[in-house]
Design a protein around this ligand. Structure first.
Ligand SMILES: Cc1cc2nc3c(=O)[nH]c(=O)nc-3n(C[C@H](O)[C@H](O)[C@H](O)COP(=O)(O)O)c2cc1C
Length: 320
């Protein structure tokens, strides 16, 4: 094996990471539902620079989502109850994917269904399409009555849907986990055993907000999913727990607004990260985060991101 010589300050650090068979040029992805299908972000981001684009969740048929109001700002975050509005998997392939194919970027299709069979069929349709590099299985949406988190809250159900999709596709398979459970590591282990190549976490935390003058919920759905800086410490704790429970790569999500936030997840052991709510606040956030990670590695004399991932020292008094 040829060892790479570290020459800090000369070569840019190697940011390449692998998730199963999927090799990414850097660990920064967009989180599903916060970047549409990529097109709106072109004025702000060079899509070629992203590790991956994770597209809005796709279902077998188009969905209108929940009635408005569907979004409300909260201290240090936002609540959404969009309800998985999307164009449907076939329209995605004919109308949205051709645009993304023009770029040199990995495209990860986030998928969901109301039944195991629907998940399987969406996976089947996407597996035959050129330009899809991996699937992310959403078993964690808190805003739909059927499907979503119903599959992600119990290890048996999570394993069943994972195994069924695994049997349907050779694409790298990432399973996205919900934080709205007692033991997230137990679910992560179940999907690892069922054939997942990686897990991503966390999806939103179920929350609520009340208009005190009208005495009605701010969201028509009553409850919604909390995202943004408010959830970062919870997400980081869960990522750290899951990193120690499974052998497959873990993708960290939750309140990542800056490169410093992303670095916390990587040091805690996440192989890659996704940026969500930050895209609404600063549409070029992903570009700043990639640059910031690279600058940090250079500043610390680390030639590759591998040297950083999982380097957390939980016993600092015991030396380095
Ligand atoms: C408006 C909105 C829509 C979302 N839609 C999806 C979706 O379709 N599928 C999914 O798996 N996650 C969806 N999410 C969850 C995000 O991908 C992410 O897991 C979550 O927002 C936490 O990350 P953040 O704090 O960086 O936003 C959505 C989040 C928001 C705010």
């Amino acid at each position: 094996m040829i060892m790479k010589k570290e020459t800090p300050g000369q070569n840019p650090p190697d940011l390449t990471v692998a998730i199963g068979g999927l090799v990414l040029k850097n660990p920064v992805m967009t989180a599903s539902g916060t970047f549409g299908y990529g097109e709106e972000y072109v004025p702000y981001c060079d899509l070629n620079r992203l590790g991956a684009v994770v597209v809005k969740g796709l279902s077998l048929e188009p969905r209108l989502g929940n009635p408005p109001p569907r979004i409300i700002e909260t201290p240090s975050g936002m609540l959404n109850a969009v309800g998985l509005q999307n164009v449907g998997v076939r329209a995605f392939l004919s109308e949205k994917l051709p645009f993304l194919r023009r770029y040199d970027v990995a495209v990860i299709a986030n998928i969901f269904g109301e039944t195991v069979d629907q998940y399987r069929r969406v996976a089947h349709i996407l597996s035959g399409a050129a330009g899809i590099h991996a699937l992310e299985l959403n078993i964690s949406c808190p805003n739909v009555k059927k499907g979503g988190v119903a599959f992600g809250a119990r290890p048996e159900a999570a394993a069943e849907v994972t195994a069924n999709v695994r049997a349907e596709t050779d694409l790298p398979l990432i399973v996205k986990l919900t934080p709205n459970v007692a033991d997230i590591a137990e679910i992560a282990l179940a999907v690892e055993e069922a054939g997942a190549d990686g897990v991503s976490l966390i999806n939103t935390l179920t929350g609520m907000s009340v208009d005190i003058e009208k005495r009605i919920p701010h969201l028509a759905n009553v409850t919604g999913g909390l995202s943004g800086p408010a959830i970062k410490p919870v997400a980081l704790r869960m990522v750290w727990q899951v990193v120690h429970a499974v052998k497959i790569p873990v993708i960290g999500i939750g309140g990542i607004m800056t490169a410093a936030d992303a670095l916390e997840f990587l040091i805690a052991g996440a192989r890659a990260i996704q940026v969500g709510t930050a895209n609404f606040v600063r549409p070029s956030a992903t570009m700043e985060i990639i640059d910031g990670i690279s600058d940090y590695l250079t500043r610390h004399g680390l030639g590759s991101i591998d040297k950083l991932i999982g380097s957390l020292n939980t016993n600092p008094s015991n030396g380095d």
